[in-house]
Design a protein around this ligand. Structure first.
Ligand code: GRF
Length: 193
């Protein structure tokens, strides 16, 4: 894993598919002096991702890959990442599952944020599952990405209380607020000695 030394920040690409609220919180964080990362590229598999608007607002390079042919796409993507000297990938609401081969090439350098207290509720519909099971808490997790879905080493987690009247929607909203704080904290935890 790259280290942030002196004024040299770790060149980071953020991968998104949708709204990009986690992306925005990462961009804001990256502008702080204490941030070890600089965001050099935003990658989306979806040209209609709302979050792509942040490319223009913050003048960050935009890359759209449709992933129809995953292996060709990933080859092109790897070339782009290498050309731009990207050392860290932050998945933030990215809805494609990267191949084992791709993950191997960026071993230990891909992070993901997941809206549950992993190892509970890997995959989709985490809030529905937590409510259906009448859990007392849910939350969010930032973890390293390995070849098994939502199973890499956990970096940091935040618990969120589930209230009796919570719906999947209200819970998602509460957890998202915590996600925005947790992702920067995870990055600081990894890179600050
Ligand atoms: C977040 O809840 C994230 O944990 C999940 O997808 C959502 C993305 O939201 N994987 P946003 O695009 O960052 O607003």
């Amino acid at each position: 894993m790259a280290q942030s030394t002196g004024s040299k920040k770790i060149k980071t690409a953020v991968f998104i598919s949708g709204t990009g609220s986690n992306l925005q919180s990462l961009i804001k964080f990256s502008k702080l002096k204490k941030s070890p990362i600089s965001i050099e590229m935003i990658v989306s598999n979806n040209a209609k991702s709302k979050g792509l608007a942040f490319c223009k607002i913050y003048k960050i390079k935009k890359e759209i890959f449709n992933f129809k042919n995953q292996s060709t796409t990933e080859k092109e993507l790897l070339l782009k990442l290498n050309k731009n000297k990207i050392d860290l990938i932050c998945l933030a609401g990215f809805m494609k599952i990267l191949s084992k081969n791709f993950i191997k090439k960026f071993k230990g350098q891909i992070l993901n944020i997941h809206p549950s207290l992993l190892p509970k509720y890997k995959g989709l519909n985490t809030h529905e599952k937590a409510i259906r099971n009448e859990d007392e808490y849910s939350g969010c997790t930032v973890h390293f990405v390995n070849s098994k879905l939502d199973s890499g080493k956990i970096i940091i987690q935040k618990k969120v209380k589930i209230k009796k009247n919570d719906t999947a929607k209200s819970l998602a909203k509460k957890i998202l607020v915590q996600e925005h704080k947790l992702y920067p904290r995870a990055i600081l935890k990894i890179f600050t000695l």
